[in-house]
Design a protein around this ligand. Structure first.
Ligand code: ADP
Length: 677
């Protein structure tokens, strides 16, 4: 998995641009739906308005029709009654008995208000009300206007109907008949006040008034093309019939129509319907409904729609933002988790040890390698503050506490009595304002590297010293040979001539010292040009027994106890002679380091296919400072030492592909461990 897998291009889908587009679409949808709902509601309101107006018109029409029909019936009954009174009067007239008194009697008998008799010229000549003196009074109309057809002989009888009294206040219902012999007319009046009162109570005009006072109704009019038949108000303000196309259309087609108009400065919704009785077009009913409430309901509705839309928009924007941020959050946290897991597993499994503390000094990372170095699992450290973890070495705690930049710092650390070399670097992560956020120590266990480096340096040193030794050895060997030859010649030629004891001693010293020098030179040369191992298979026990014999002699001389632990049957492949040399050198050093009463031990075991030898003593031991140098050529602490014994040992072991280590404690003893594959 590569780090590029975690690019942020995936977040581009949720750019603010998209949020704005989605919100705008949402807003448009909301506005459209509000508008649609508003129109729907408006339509509904008008529908209800129409239904209301229709039902009004229906009620008025029905009631009016009933009322008019009953009016008409009543009128015709009344007319019949009056006509019969008039005809009765005409009968009396024809008999020649007619007088004012006769008229009074006739009026009483027939229960009518008044009977007037007119001559041909239209002058009233007799009346049932003789006290009724009209002289001087202003006539509202001429009686002749009504009875003209009779006076002219065109009609025998006629129903004049409801009319205002000529002189006085009040209404009259009148009929007229021709006088016998065409001498004029007899007019019979009924005091119509009670009739009018009745008609007002149940009649058509009252109905219009009653219905007209209902709430919401501005006016209610019944009009025909010529005049306004009834209205609950003074409606002169409305345009006259001739100028109103709609009225004409409704009158002609009979189709109910609706419109908005203005009356008394108010908006009016008007329904216009044709009023018919028995297919006779009586007139037009116009019902004007006030629109104030509707208008305010409309604007309320509109406001509500806008507010609802705004609320919905705000909510949807919030919801959208929440969804988007949740989405972003989950994407980011997913990515973060992945990255964390990824980096976490990288951190966990890397060979470098990582110890990280946060700003509060709590341990946040403590990986596997750290566990291997310090020997404590993360669970013991997790989130603990530095003071809470005791096992962590002091110098690490100090570094984590100080949080200073550290570069290639080398520290020694001992775990399970094994020394480790640690190379320490720091990594500091800072926050936006430059404060330390986390502080990490990257720790590398360089023990092996340092060992190799040491061995390498040692080998280099040995190699160069070997070169030198070889040169020196050659140079010394030549004069030494000469000295040796001279000693032999002196021994041959001067033997017996000189005082024999002194002479022999001197020659012997000369020969033994040159032999010793030669031995040293041989060792030099061995070291400078080491012989290739002559590998054979042999029993380990045979090698160690041979070595043991030499050791026994040497230890016995010094009163040191010697022991040998060699398992039977173990076989190994190596240069027998060279290995023997190794053990002879080690035993000689051990004997030299150990006093009488001490112990020397050789042990062998096979482990994982490797031969492991241990040569230990209870001698003087080696100081820490010297322990590093004992394998160096010429390093010696002995006055007569050459410092070459251990160098040769190491050379041989390395040539066999093995290793040799030394552990020592001053005054307690030393142990050499050799491992040969
Ligand atoms: P030499 O024996 O000639 O000094 P070596 O190379 O054999 O040279 O040993 C080097 C040094 O290592 C010795 O001088 C001695 O100080 C130390 N040394 C070696 N073996 C032992 C031992 N068994 N106990 C204490 N010191 C030892």
């Amino acid at each position: 998995m590569s780090a590029s897998a975690y690019n942020i291009r995936r977040f581009s889908l949720l750019k603010p641009r998209y949020v704005i587009i989605i919100s705008s679409v949402l807003v448009l949808i909301m506005i459209a739906s509000t508008f649609y709902e508003y129109n729907l509601n408006k339509k509904e309101i008008y529908q209800i308005l129409n239904e209301y107006a229709n039902s009004m018109i229906h009620t008025v029409s029905m009631s009016s029709a009933n009322s008019i029909i009953s009016d008409r019936e009543m009128e015709s009954l009344l007319a019949q009654h009056l006509l019969s009174a008039a005809k009765n009067t005409a009968r009396v007239d024809s008999l020649g008995y007619l007088s004012n008194d006769a008229l009074i009697r006739l009026a009483e008998e027939n229960d009518v208000f008044r009977i007037n008799v007119f001559d041909k010229g239209g002058n009233r000549v007799m009346s049932s009300n003789i006290h009724d003196v009209h002289t001087g009074a202003v006539q509202k109309y001429a009686q002749i206007d009504y009875i003209d057809p009779i006076l002219r002989g065109q009609k025998r009888e006629m129903i004049i109907g409801l009319k205002e009294a000529r002189m006085e206040k009040g209404n009259r219902f009148a009929v007229a008949v021709a006088r016998p012999y065409n001498r004029g007319a007899i007019v019979v009046n009924l005091d119509a006040e009670s009739y009018i009162g009745f008609r007002n109570r149940i009649g058509f005009g009252k109905l219009v008034l009653d219905i007209g006072s209902a709430t919401g109704i501005e006016y209610i009019i019944l009009q025909n093309p010529n005049e306004i038949l009834a209205a609950n108000k003074n409606v002169n303000e409305l345009p006259p019939y001739e100028k109103d196309d709609t009225l004409r259309k409704v009158f002609e087609t009979g189709e109910t129509m609706y419109r908005t108009t203005v009356f008394e400065g108010k908006d009016i919704y008007e329904a216009i319907s044709l009023f018919k009785i028995d297919n006779e077009k009586i007139g037009l009913f116009r019902i004007g409904l006030g629109m104030e409430e509707i208008n305010s309901a409309e604007s309320r509705m509109f406001r509500r729609g806008i507010i609802t839309s705004l609320v919905v928009i705000v909510i949807s924007v919030i919801v959208l933002s929440v969804i988007i941020s949740n989405q972003n959050y989950s994407i980011i946290s997913n990515e973060f988790r992945k990255i964390k897991t990824f980096t976490g597993s990288v951190l966990e499994n890397m060979t470098l040890a990582i110890v990280t503390v946060d700003n509060d000094g709590r341990i946040k990372i403590f990986n596997k390698s750290a566990f291997e170095i310090f020997g404590i699992p993360y669970a013991d450290y997790e989130n603990k503050s530095l003071n809470g973890v005791e096992k962590l070495p002091g110098f690490i705690k100090e570094l984590l506490g100080n949080k200073n930049q550290v570069k290639n710092l080398e520290e020694e650390f001992e775990l399970n009595s094994e020394k480790r070399s640690l190379l320490i670097n720091s990594a500091i992560v800072r926050n936006e304002i430059g404060e330390t956020d986390t502080y990490s120590l990257v720790i590398e266990d360089v023990t092996e590297t340092r060992d190799i480096q040491r061995h390498l340096a040692q080998s280099e040193r040995l190699a160069s010293m070997g070169e030198l030794a070889s040169g020196v050895a050659h140079e010394i060997r030549n004069p030494l040979n000469t000295i040796n030859m001279i000693a032999q010649r002196m021994d041959r030629e001067y033997s017996g001539r000189l005082s024999s004891d002194d002479f022999n001693t001197l020659v012997e010293i000369l020969r033994s010292e040159s032999k010793r020098v030669n031995g040293i030179i041989e060792q030099f040369l061995y070291f400078a040009r080491p012989a290739k191992p002559n590998v054979t298979e042999f029993e380990v026990a045979s090698l160690l027994n041979a070595v043991g014999k030499i050791a026994e002699i040497q230890t016995a001389e010094k009163g040191i106890a010697f022991s040998l632990e060699a398992g039977e049957g173990a076989v190994m492949t190596a240069d027998y002679q060279q290995l023997k040399q190794v053990f002879i050198n080690l035993i000689r050093n051990a004997v030299e380091a150990t006093d009488s009463g001490g112990k020397i031990k050789i042990a062998h075991r096979q482990e994982g296919g490797k031969n492991i030898f241990e040569v230990s003593d209870t001698g003087c031991g080696i100081s820490d400072a010297n322990l590093d140098k004992i394998f160096d050529i010429y390093f010696t602490t002995k006055s007569g030492g050459t410092g070459m014994g251990l160098s040769i040992v190491r050379q041989i072991i390395i040539q066999h592909g093995g290793t040799i280590t030394a552990e020592s404690k001053l005054k307690h003893g030393t142990k050499f461990t050799i491992t040969i594959p």
